[in-house]
Design a protein around this ligand. Structure first.
Ligand SMILES: Cc1cc2nc3c(=O)[nH]c(=O)nc-3n(C[C@H](O)[C@H](O)[C@H](O)COP(=O)(O)O)c2cc1C
Length: 435
């Protein structure tokens, strides 16, 4: 199967997005700053820098410091406040056709509620990202994000006050992220945004001084250095919450990085630090992801979501898949559907192992982690799930055959070398009588 057009659409909770790549809060400004470099309307959404109800000055300089595989920042949530942002920045974003996600922060539950309330009814804002990586003044300045109950309180306040879908942006700096994520979802978050920066610090040994203006408070590490942290967070939360919306963020610089997070379980990804190296980065990542999908014969980006969780047979290498004799290629959702656990008792089961929805559409059973309820169980190519499974098994066997052939060749060469060595060792020394 040749994929000409890749379906880029995705959804995060109840929010439908035209593409799976978004900007990451704090790395794309408050408004149309990136509009000079890319088409904001092409992205899934523009997530603006976190806003409080009131203006906030942020931290003293220096606020950023490069690290070997990313950067440290201590910008400190500088912003104009929600009201001013709605007047000064939001209209231009809407004018440009951008889908807007507003990020909010606060130092108390009341401050989260106040910021969220100011966003209620904001034209063009499709969701509120609740950044809980903020000191909680009511809890000895312990981060909201480091406590399940404080995270739940902040999220619940935002959900109630904004009336908009809320996404909880969580910190990876906790021993049990799944517990905090569960608390956020129970409190009403439709989605998890994983992850914020990793706590870090840089010190200039010659001057015996902190490198960031925030001093002993340190900063947040971002960029490729934290990609595997994000992948793990997305993976573990998708395994725990098969139907939650999940946005992956951390070190995405290329299309293949985005694909990795999608396969781990993200419905969409955000691009942050890469934007400092190239302001076109979110668009570049999106274009590369689409090319990657075409190359790997993925017709719809959503077919990648959570694919690693599907319990499935050996995956042949791309080269083997390309040389396959068939014209149809299995997709992640088809593989998941083909191998999912049986539908719950009482659900009608079809030959392909799918449960039937009331409308009669085939939907995967909710217990299959790689498949989301309501998604079609077909491959999108018209091929049946059973047929796809056979194709995959054939490809896997072909791969094994080729590997066995290569091994056999190596063995033959080894045997020839051994024979030559044996002959050389048993040859008579000059002057010695033949054996
Ligand atoms: C300079 C800078 C400012 C940031 N500001 C915010 C912010 O205001 N709110 C927020 O939720 N995350 C903020 N972040 C975190 C990013 O949104 C993102 O979660 C993190 O950097 C990991 O993604 P990346 O590796 O692609 O940058 C900021 C990151 C950087 C580098």
């Amino acid at each position: 199967m040749r994929v000409r057009r890749v379906d880029q659409r995705t959804s995060v909770g109840s929010v439908a997005l035209r593409a799976p790549v978004l900007t990451a809060s704090g790395t794309a400004g408050h408004g149309t700053e990136l509009g000079a470099y890319l088409d904001l309307a092409e992205l899934g959404a523009v997530v603006v820098k976190s806003l409080a109800a009131e203006p906030w000055p942020g931290n003293p300089a220096p606020r950023v410091h490069p690290t070997p595989a990313g950067m440290l920042n201590s910008v400190g949530l500088q912003g104009p406040g929600v009201d001013a942002w709605r007047r000064q920045d939001l209209p231009a974003l809407v004018e440009r056709g951008a889908t807007v996600v507003a990020s909010i922060w606060g130092r108390s539950v009341a401050e989260y509620a106040a910021a969220a309330r100011l966003l209620a009814g904001a034209e063009g804002v499709v969701a509120v990202e609740v950044n809980v990586s903020c000191p909680n003044l009511e809890d000895r300045s312990r981060m909201f994000a480091h406590s399940a109950s404080a995270t739940a309180e902040a999220v619940s306040a935002a959900v109630e006050a904004s009336g908009l879908p809320c996404w909880a942006k969580l910190s990876p700096n906790v021993p049990d992220l799944v517990e905090i994520a569960g608390a956020a979802l129970t409190a009403g978050a439709e989605a998890l945004v994983l992850v914020n920066t990793v706590l870090g610090m840089a010190i200039d040994p010659a001057r015996r001084r902190y490198r960031l203006g925030s001093g002993p408070s340190g900063g947040g590490l971002s960029g490729p250095a934290i990609r595997s942290v994000a992948v793990r967070a997305v993976h573990d939360c998708r395994a725990a919450f098969p139907t939650a919306g999940i946005v992956g963020v951390g070190g995405v610089c290329r299309g293949v990085d985005a694909a990795e997070l999608l396969v781990a379980g993200a419905d969409a990804v955000e691009v942050g630090t890469a934007t400092f190296a190239d302001p076109r980065a979110p668009a570049v990542v999106l274009h590369q992801l689409v090319r990657w999908c075409r190359r790997h014969r993925v017709a719809a980006v959503r077919d990648l979501v959570g694919a690693v969780h599907a319990d499935r047979p050996v995956i042949p290498a791309p080269r083997a898949a390309r040389t396959a004799t068939t014209t149809s290629s299995p997709t992640a959702s088809s593989m998941a559907a083909a191998t999912q656990t049986p539908p719950p008792a009482g659900a009608a089961s079809s030959p392909a192992g799918t449960a039937s929805s009331p409308a009669g559409t085939a939907v995967p059973a909710a217990s299959a982690p790689g498949v989301r309820p309501g998604e079609p169980a077909t491959t999108g190519t018209g091929a049946s799930v059973d047929g796809d499974l056979v194709v995959r098994l054939k490809e896997a066997l072909d791969t094994i055959d080729r590997r066995v052939a290569v091994q056999a060749e190596h063995m033959a060469r080894l045997n020839a070398a051994l024979a030559a060595l044996t002959a050389a060792l048993s040859a008579p020394e000059p002057g010695e009588p033949p054996p």
